[in-house]
Design a protein around this ligand. Structure first.
Ligand SMILES: NC(=O)c1ccc[n+]([C@@H]2O[C@H](COP(=O)([O-])OP(=O)(O)OC[C@H]3O[C@@H](n4cnc5c(N)ncnc54)[C@H](OP(=O)(O)O)[C@@H]3O)[C@@H](O)[C@H]2O)c1
Length: 315
């Protein structure tokens, strides 16, 4: 497994991490044993980065992940990244929410605490929550600080609130058909030494090759009403999937592996965190690391994906 540093820290994480939003009703892995088998397989295959959040299944994801890591006896060997939602960012709530995360994860420290999204309705001053996070580092409750779904201007102002700690990462939606992060955030991260944790790197399964315009996900999960799978968008996505298949055939790789590999090649700051609902999906996703497609193939995908324009105005 290839590894990449988290920001300018000395912590190395696997270039392919595991997203665990899947451990929730939103995605359907609500059985602890399945979750444990996914985490266990990920660890066996060299994954050491696990992304969760307080909101995933209202704590279910954190509980399952923490329990699995404890039973596997490998807490010290992995990096747990969790998140506080944008509504819990008053000074008091940052402390309270962190304590709850620690309890649910059953751990004494969180490796990477991320602000899940900026406060939208509540008017919390940026430096209030950033300095609270810094205090939590001093108190030993968290090791590193990251942001998620922040625009560059706000990353910069949030970062400037920190006096003794560094910001190490930003988390962004980034996949072959949703590449807006390339316009501002990724260049900003590269210029400033931040890691980019790419969420939905498989476009919620749309790039895996198992869905076709005639065979869409059941929509009994988080993808219900999703723009990606809407008839205005999915046929265009599917054209790209066909190219992913063609390119993959040259290397003995699946569309998912090619789609993730493309992101890892796009920037050495990128770390992908695909979600998995079974150990076999983890196995496949790990196969995205430790190889490179040719420049010609990378450019072909760059060009073909540039033709896919997702509209969100579907109603
Ligand atoms: N910071 C944020 O705001 C934010 C937002 C969203 C997600 N995230 C994080 O990013 C992680 C990943 O994003 P995501 O869950 O939105 O989507 P994703 O990783 O793009 O897609 C995951 C889904 O694709 C399917 N899949 C995965 N690997 C596969 C494989 N090898 N073969 C076939 N199907 C496969 C599975 O669903 P099916 O089998 O049902 O198709 C899986 O649930 C989350 O778990 C979470 O940790 C963060």
């Amino acid at each position: 497994m290839e590894f990449r540093y988290l920001g300018n820290s000395d912590t190395k994480v696997s270039a392919v991490g595991l997203g665990t939003w899947q451990f929730s009703e939103s995605w359907g892995v609500t059985d602890y044993r399945t979750a444990k088998s996914i985490v266990g397989r990920a660890v066996e295959l060299g994954i050491n980065l696990f992304d969760t959040a307080a909101v995933y299944g209202r704590g279910m994801s954190e509980r399952f992940l923490g329990e699995a890591l404890r039973e596997l006896g490998i807490r010290e060997e992995v990096v747990i990244a969790t998140k506080i939602p944008g509504e819990f960012l008053s000074r008091h709530d940052v402390f309270k929410a962190t304590r709850r995360c620690l309890e649910r994860l059953g751990t004494g420290y969180i490796d990477l605490m991320q602000v899940h999204w900026p406060p939208c309705w509540d008017n919390f001053p940026t430096c209030e929550y950033m300095r609270s996070l810094e205090e939590l580092v001093h108190l030993g409750a968290i090791r590193m600080i990251g942001l998620s779904d922040f625009p560059p201007e706000l990353i910069e102002s949030a970062w400037s609130c920190l006096s003794t700690e560094d910001l190490v990462s930003v988390q962004v939606k980034y996949n072959l058909v949703e590449r807006d992060a390339e316009k501002e955030i990724i260049p900003y991260a590269e210029a400033n030494g931040l890691s980019v944790l790419a969420w939905s790197p498989l476009a919620k399964g749309a790039l895996t090759g198992k869905y076709t315009p005639e065979n869409l996900p059941s929509f009994s999960d988080v993808r219900e009403g999703s723009a990606l799978f809407h008839p205005e968008n999915f046929p265009k996505v599917y054209e790209l999937v066909k190219v992913l298949k063609e390119v993959g055939a040259k290397y003995g790789k699946s569309p998912s592996q090619v789609a993730l590999n493309w992101l890892l090649m796009a920037s050495d700051r990128v770390i992908v965190i695909p979600g998995a609902k079974s150990p076999s999906q983890v196995e496949e996703n790990v196969g995205a690391a430790d190889w490179r497609m040719s420049l010609e193939d990378w450019m072909r995908l760059e060009e073909e994906s540039g033709k896919v324009r997702i509209t969100r105005v579907i109603w």
